[in-house]
Design a protein around this ligand. Structure first.
Ligand code: MG
Length: 248
């Protein structure tokens, strides 16, 4: 069942989303060669808590940190730790914040130090695929119109979309109905309605779409070792244009 949010709930979700966006900005500023992923996690946790929110991921099904830090061939759910970032790495940062009982969720992929052309193109394509999907995040389109637009754009650019992980509704719970795949035929699934809040999150691999999970039971990596990028925002469906709740 897809939960439509009231005006009051949307106002709180906007605040949660803003905290997420500001956290991502803080992390972006801190990313440089030589910093560890644990240091980025500390910055995020301190900032989220100082904003009166809680880092949603911490303790979620036992996840041990405040944010996910996924480097290079890591797709999602990387665990912050002693890994030192190197010049030319790419790192996907996924942030969730719970504020007054409601959640915001967003992800970005950043370049560490100097940019490799191929990595930049992958990251830009992933971001743009989100906005291609967003075109259909409007009343009376159907859910898979978003999915189809994302897949079409990504594959036209020669990349692949991850199948095993998908976007989701979000609100009181981080993961609500519906699931939002980043692939599939158009014109399927529920019709979109004002008041729906959706985390749309393409995960894009430079090589094949297959992934597997490391022995730490969290970190998802590409099967072929190719680079992967992630871009996510929490989006409100309205009676006109969609509103992105996790951008400043
Ligand atoms: Mg998400």
């Amino acid at each position: 069942m897809i939960i439509l949010k009231s005006r009051r709930e949307i106002d709180i979700m906007k605040k949660a989303g803003k905290i997420v966006a500001m956290t991502l900005e803080k992390i972006q500023k801190a990313i440089r060669p030589g910093i560890t992923t644990a240091e980025l996690d500390r910055i995020a946790e301190d900032f989220i808590k100082s904003s009166g929110a809680y880092p949603t991921f911490k303790g979620y099904r036992g996840f041990p940190a405040a944010i996910c830090t996924s480097v290079n061939e890591e797709v999602v759910h990387g665990i912050p730790g002693l890994r030192v970032l190197k010049d030319g790495d790419i790192i996907s940062i996924d942030v969730g914040a719970s504020f007054q009982g409601y959640n915001g969720d967003a992800a970005r992929t950043f370049i560490v130090g100097s940019a490799d052309e191929k990595a930049v193109d992958l990251i830009e394509t992933t971001k743009e695929s989100f906005f291609q999907g967003l075109v259909f995040a409007k009343q009376d389109f159907r859910l898979s119109d978003i999915s189809h637009a994302i897949q079409t754009y990504v594959e036209k650019r020669g990349y692949s979309v991850v199948r095993d992980y998908v976007g989701h509704g979000i609100g009181r719970k981080m993961h609500e109905d519906p699931q939002i795949p980043n692939f599939g035929p158009p014109h399927r699934g529920p019709r979109l309605k004002a008041g729906m809040t959706l985390a749309i999150e393409p995960m894009v691999n430079a090589g094949g779409y297959e992934v597997y999970t490391l022995k730490n039971r969290w970190t998802v990596v590409t099967k072929d070792g190719s680079l992967s990028a992630h871009y996510e925002n929490t989006v409100l469906i309205t009676e006109s244009e969609p509103e992105i709740l996790t951008m400043l």
